[in-house]
Design a protein around this ligand. Sequence first.
Ligand SMILES: [Fe+2]
Ligand SMILES: [Fe+2]
Length: 190
Amino acid sequence: MHGKLYEYFESDHRRIEGLLNRATEKSGEFEMKAYGEFRAGLLRHIGLEERILFPAAQKVKGGEPFPSLPKLRLDHGALTALMVPPPTHAILAAIRAILAAHDALEESPDGPYDVCETLAGKDVDVLLEKVRNAPAVPVLPHRSEPFVLDATRRALARAGYNFEDYENVSSGIKEKLSPTNHTAKTKSRK
Ligand SMILES: [Fe+2]
Ligand SMILES: [Fe+2]
């Protein structure tokens, strides 16, 4: 049985997945309001882990990084980079694949959530309070310049992923929302 810190992060994973599913439930389209909520949720979640949880887990280990820390950090870099350009089916395929493995690693017995649960009960409560009270992170508008996608490809490559692998998964579905459609859809749902 897991503790409350683990449960907080695990249920945040499921909430974020739900937002992503809602954003993409209509075949061939992105629901941009839900995608915006997904983006804000994922960026806040990553911020909580990087600023609060991972340092706490490292402290538990006497200052040594826990085994999955380098991989989890590289994944965070790739996921954050994937939040910058407007969504395409290739970007969505990459997000889904990276998140599925990443979340499973964090939820594994040696992952940072269980490591933090070994803290004394009082310390877990303090950590959870910090996490719950952390504010939303600012989310900047999408950028669609070519250098942005190049930077995203490089962030994925650093984490061991090849963006081209995801560009071939969307056959039969319209590959991209044009910037015009993207803007129109976002505005129409306000
Ligand atoms: Fe994470
Ligand atoms: Fe997480």
